[in-house]
Design a protein around this ligand. Structure first.
Ligand SMILES: Nc1ncnc2c1ncn2[C@@H]1O[C@H](COP(=O)(O)OP(=O)(O)OP(=O)(O)O)[C@@H](O)[C@H]1O
Length: 403
């Protein structure tokens, strides 16, 4: 069926306004904060977009996919190629430069890019002044780990995702590229294409967008806050992809983009001013593996000192030589006290037993074994992606889940 609603002359249906204050509050809670569109005290201003807008005379904006620290991401219908795409509209600042450069490098050097979400086109959107926003066009993918309740996804699909992601990380590392921002928001399942459907049919499947004019900002063009799509499990495919190369770097690059993954996924060495390394990705990978296997992050944030406190509680004291190097506020001297030992209640084996009582002892031991070969403070001692793929316990887990 053709996307008839994309043709001129049809009734425009581009979502709904909130029906009451609760719905409006929900929308403002889910969407990017309105002040990111303001030019006041804000270097990284976002570009206002509204549903129904055609960008670059080609992309009809139909829904919202998400947002990140440096962009908003929109679902648009490519009127030329008649397919849905994801448009990443990048904030002002230098965000886009590294992302484009490294993706071009990936296309040249990475052997298997089939599970990487790489841009297919790019264009710019001028602002009211002389500046402009860069837009990257991507193939549209499905839900990221954070946007879908993991319980609804069969364990075999989750373990298949873990294996695919490790292969993807291994192929990036083989080409000398570190991702540096591996986290659940950047990992996504595939989605059955729905670009043949009418817009209202798409809205029926993905949820109707709720929108409002961006509040409190003196806008220079029309722009809306919009709730994102909710991809139903029936549309999810088992392919698992990695996106967002904004912080990625080649080992030989002299410059390193500033920035961290969210704390749950950030390796402790990175939080102690150590050199960027492939091993940082491995720590983050294992935190994602933990989400996929346990459905929970490995280290809680509610203990004193946040997630690093959670690591110490579980794995024991950090290396003494890191004392004084913690990059965030709230560090504790006790983290480096070598006389401390892990709290037996919170060691990895206990977490696995608690979160996965359904798994038998042999499986739990395999999972503990792989986690303890990567959750090692010294980056040089962590297994590499290639080693983990060959690791007998990792292979045994994958075999159990048929992947
Ligand atoms: N190709 C895509 N298909 C579907 N959804 C996407 C796609 N690309 C991005 N998204 C959604 O948009 C969100 C933000 O994208 P992305 O992480 O690339 O932005 P960012 O500004 O670089 O974020 P961060 O602050 O994590 O670096 C993702 O978490 C995901 O939900």
């Amino acid at each position: 069926m053709a996307n008839t609603e994309a043709s001129p002359g049809d009734m425009p249906d581009f979502g709904d306004f909130p029906k009451d204050e609760d719905e409006e509050a929900d929308l403002e809670h889910i969407a990017e904060p309105w002040h990111r569109y303001s030019t006041v005290d804000n270097q990284y201003v976002l570009y206002p977009i509204h549903l129904g807008e055609v960008l670059n005379e080609r992309y009809l904006v139909e829904h919202k996919l998400g947002f990140g620290g440096g962009s908003t991401v929109w679902m648009a219908f490519d009127l030329q190629d008649k397919r849905d795409v994801a448009l990443k509209v990048i904030a002002l600042g230098q965000w886009a430069d590294n992302e484009i450069r490294i993706q071009d490098e990936i296309l040249k050097t990475v052997q298997n890019t089939s599970r990487l979400v790489i841009y297919t086109a790019t264009f710019i959107l001028p602002r009211d002044n002389k500046s402009h926003h860069r837009v990257l066009v991507f193939p549209m993918k499905g839900p990221s780990i954070s946007t879908l309740s993991l319980q609804t996804i069969p364990a075999a699909s989750r373990m298949s995702a873990a294996r695919q992601l490790l292969q993807t990380v291994a192929s990036l590392h083989e080409a000398g590229i570190m991702h540096r921002d591996l986290n659940v928001r950047n990992c996504m399942w595939g989605m059955t294409p729905i670009d043949g459907l009418s817009r209202s049919a798409k809205y029926e499947l993905l949820g109707r967008p709720i929108k409002e004019t961006i509040p409190f900002v003196d806008l220079w063009k029309k722009g809306e806050l919009v709730t994102p799509v909710k991809v139903p499990d029936g549309l999810r495919t088992d392919e698992f992809y990695l996106c967002d190369f904004g912080l990625a770097k080649k080992i030989s690059d002299l410059e390193t983009q500033r920035g961290y993954p969210p704390m749950h996924y950030c390796s402790p060495d990175r939080l102690h001013k150590q050199e960027p390394s492939f091993a940082c990705d491995m720590w983050s990978y294992m935190a994602i593996f933990s989400m996929l296997y346990l459905e929970f992050p490995p280290f809680p944030t509610f203990v004193e000192g946040g997630v690093v406190g959670g690591m110490v509680e579980c794995l024991g004291p950090l290396p003494e030589k890191w004392k004084g190097l913690y990059t965030h506020p709230g560090g504790l001297d006790s983290w480096y006290d070598q006389s401390q030992s892990p709290d037996p209640k919170y060691i990895i084996a206990e977490k696995i037993a608690y979160f996965r009582p359904d798994a038998d002892l042999a499986e739990r031991q395999h999972v503990e074994s792989v986690m303890l070969k990567v959750f090692i403070y010294e980056p040089e001692k962590r297994l590499t992606a290639k080693e983990l793929l060959r690791d007998p316990s990792f292979r045994a887990i994958m075999e159990r889940y048929g992947c």
